[in-house]
Design a protein around this ligand. Structure first.
Ligand SMILES: NC(=O)c1ccc[n+]([C@@H]2O[C@H](COP(=O)([O-])OP(=O)(O)OC[C@H]3O[C@@H](n4cnc5c(N)ncnc54)[C@H](O)[C@@H]3O)[C@@H](O)[C@H]2O)c1
Length: 418
């Protein structure tokens, strides 16, 4: 089997660590033939890892896509706000595409992208990696086997983890809605997609509440400083200080985002005046640190969702309540509890954990995408039109949160088309 040639646009955390890692571990399946990355050091590192020749190393996605088609597929792993333009250009160029979520930052664009791909005969998959995570597809299989009867209601929690929240949504790339997207889209389009998948019908109406409660200047402890390393009086006790998040743990994510150099000196240097060294109470963040969403679906299923930046662990927990049983699942523990009402039994299921992050979902997605390209069988991947549904629920939730209203999905989707 000839490995599928791919180009990577954005060799940051996702391009390098999630998908690049898969390529290195599976050279018989795929090979990276080109990269576009604006950051010189990241481009150099990634090119060295994948032995990409100089003439296939580009400083921007525009440069790469000006070239004639270089390979079969492109992995789009740059910032949220560029997704639409890059994807449309890739489709025009005839590349198959794996597009990071969120697929776009505008609901109309989320409808346009899959339509354009279909028209051009392009394979397009959105990186809703949790669909490819053994824990979640095992739940879907249980529902398909009628293990809990008819699903009546779903409770789902996105436990962001307090340090992850501080890193990504207070100091990091996703701290402001206008430069990335609202957190319900950036982080939880995954969760809206899961709920939609498990509900088994289109969403009918949505309401939502939430605001930025904690990471604001008025909550800064006395004696705290602009940067943690400026002699902050709570340096050793603040759970969000750089000491807790980046200096006390081994060199791994999120520290890999702060500096590509693993030495302690390099970390300290990057944290002195860099964005990740800032006091979490003095950043220019505006995305909410908690949000709840209530949903009703066309088949009568109801669902509630809670996103919180104030959890001890990074995990997702879900409870699905059916007419004949209940499913409780914990992603980090990779554990599903199946309760049967009739036999009063509890079965614990630990699905075969895959490799890669997101409980095996990152590698599961790559494997499925490549298999789909090789075989031409699209059953291995989730159709991008279906992926748009979860995005649309997220946009509707944000509108409901901002305006304090209940959003009717039909009207919302219609208005998004114009
Ligand atoms: N599927 C998931 O679970 C998941 C998880 C995290 C992030 N994401 C998404 O993945 C995308 C990338 O996130 P990340 O964490 O890898 O971010 P990142 O900042 O680590 O990587 C993005 C890279 O794109 C590069 N870049 C920016 N503009 C460019 C341009 N014009 N041309 C070429 N390269 C350019 C940057 O230099 C950077 O290295 C985002 O859209 C994010 O929302 C998805």
């Amino acid at each position: 089997m000839k490995p599928t040639g791919i180009a990577v646009i954005g060799a940051g955390n996702r391009g390098r660590e999630a998908y690049g890692e898969y390529v290195l571990q599976n050279p018989h399946e795929c090979t990276v033939v080109a990269v576009a990355e604006t950051d010189d050091e990241r481009r150099r590192l990634f090119s060295a890892e994948h032995q990409i020749p100089g003439h296939r190393q580009f400083e921007s996605w525009q440069e790469l896509l000006e070239e004639p088609r270089l390979c079969d597929a492109v992995l789009i792993c740059i910032g949220d706000r560029d997704h639409y333009d890059v994807t449309m250009k890739c489709i025009e160029r005839g590349y198959h595409v794996l597009l990071e979520k969120p697929m776009a930052v505008d609901p109309g664009q989320c409808l346009e992208i899959p339509a354009a791909a279909d028209e051009a005969g392009i394979t397009l998959v959105i990186a809703h990696v949790l669909r490819y995570t053994p824990l979640f597809y095992t739940i879907r299989e249980l529902l398909d086997r009628d293990a809990i009867g008819r699903v009546v209601t779903i409770q789902h929690n996105e436990n962001v983890g307090h340090q992850h929240f501080a890193h990504s949504y207070v100091r990091g790339n996703w701290r402001r809605a206008e430069t990335s997207s609202p957190i319900i889209l950036a982080k939880s389009c995954h969760d809206m997609d899961l709920i939609f998948w498990f509900a088994g019908a289109r969403c009918q109406s949505v309401s939502s509440f939430g605001r930025l409660i904690h990471f604001r200047e008025e909550n800064a402890p006395p004696g705290s400083t602009e940067y943690c390393l400026d002699g902050c009086s709570v340096f050793h006790t603040c759970p969000f200080s750089v000491a807790a998040v980046y200096l006390s743990s081994p060199y791994r994510w999120p520290t890999t985002v702060v500096t590509p150099d693993s030495s302690l000196d390099a970390r300290i240097e990057a944290l002195r005046r860099g964005p990740y060294g800032r006091c979490v109470y003095r950043c220019d963040n505006d995305v909410v640190d908690n949000q709840v969403v209530a949903m009703s679906f066309e088949n009568g299923v109801t669902a509630s969702f809670t996103l919180s930046g104030f959890t001890h662990e990074i995990s997702r927990t879900i409870k699905l309540m059916g007419t004949r049983g209940e499913i409780r699942a914990h992603l980090e523990k990779n554990e599903i509890e199946l309760h049967s009402f009739s036999t009063k039994s509890v079965t614990t299921i630990r699905p075969h954990a895959g490799t890669g992050k997101h409980g095996g979902g990152d590698h599961g997605l790559m494997r499925s995408f490549l298999r789909s390209l090789r075989t031409g069988n699209h059953d291995y991947i989730v159709n991008a039109r279906e992926s748009a549904e979860g995005h649309l629920i997220a946009f509707a939730a944000e509108e409901a949160r901002k305006n304090g209203n209940v959003v009717q999905m039909d009207a919302f989707v219609e208005a998004s088309k114009t």
